[in-house]
Design a protein around this ligand. Structure first.
Ligand code: SF4
Length: 234
């Protein structure tokens, strides 16, 4: 039934432009449609589509407390440029404080379990609050970002959060995003100019070399197959 909804939307919107689709979804899921941004280049494209066209979608971000200074700068520049609200969710202190007291601030380097717990406390739990009461979730996922994402569809049913997910940039390349940002004067994270492609928390993100996998700069000390933080299931 729920998969059928994603299937129906995939057929209905197959030929439609992203902005037109966002507008239509905002009208169908009034007050229940949310976009999560981490201020990466894909997210900045979607933010521009939403804010420039006054599409009534709630824009939210997760501040893990471990972000790059450059990320806060693009966050601030985005607020200045569009003069629209971005709602920020933080980790719950009652979860984070005992975790840090027991494991220390950088335990994610020591085991996958610690890393997943850190991601859970700093990202997944706040995301759950950001998505609660919502019915449609817009994301900046692109198929070419990782092997796990190659078989994704524009619309998917997200089992973990029990809601429809729309990935407007699924078929875009990184170059398409760069071009959009340039042509439309969209603020972007300057780390992208220094070899960073997927930008998350500072201690867990590094630049990649030309030809390296998109996710190679995330949790580089771990096996490739485990490199998702639990935000996106499909
Ligand atoms: S990316 Fe690293 S610092 Fe950020 S929440 Fe996950 S483990 Fe913690």
């Amino acid at each position: 039934m729920r998969d059928k909804l994603a299937e129906r939307l995939n057929v209905e919107f197959r030929e439609r432009e992203s902005v037109e689709t966002l507008r239509e979804l905002a009208s169908r899921f009034q007050g229940k449609i949310v976009f999560t941004t981490s201020f990466g280049i894909e997210d900045q494209v979607i933010t521009d589509m939403i804010f420039r066209n006054d599409i009534p979608v709630k824009v939210v971000t997760l501040d893990t407390g471990r972000l790059f200074e450059e990320t806060y700068k693009v966050y601030n520049r985005t607020l200045e440029q569009y003069n629209k609200p971005i709602y920020t969710y933080y980790p719950r202190h009652e979860l984070l404080e005992p975790f840090i007291a027991e494991k220390g601030p950088n335990s994610f380097y020591l085991s996958v379990e610690n890393r997943k717990m850190c991601c859970h406390i700093r990202k997944v739990e706040p995301l759950g609050r950001a998505l609660s009461e919502m019915s449609c979730w817009i994301t900046g996922i692109r198929a070419s970002q990782s092997q796990n994402r190659e078989d994704m569809e524009f619309f998917e049913w997200d089992e973990a959060f029990s809601m429809i997910k729309y990935n407007p940039l699924l078929k875009w390349s990184l170059e398409d995003c760069r071009e959009y940002v340039k042509v439309n004067h969209v603020p972007y994270n300057v780390l992208h100019d220094r070899g960073f492609v997927s930008i998350g928390c500072a201690p867990c993100t590094r630049a990649i070399q030309p030809g390296e996998d998109f996710r190679a700069g995330r949790w580089w000390w771990e096996n490739n197959s485990k490199k998702e933080c639990g935000l996106h299931s499909h």
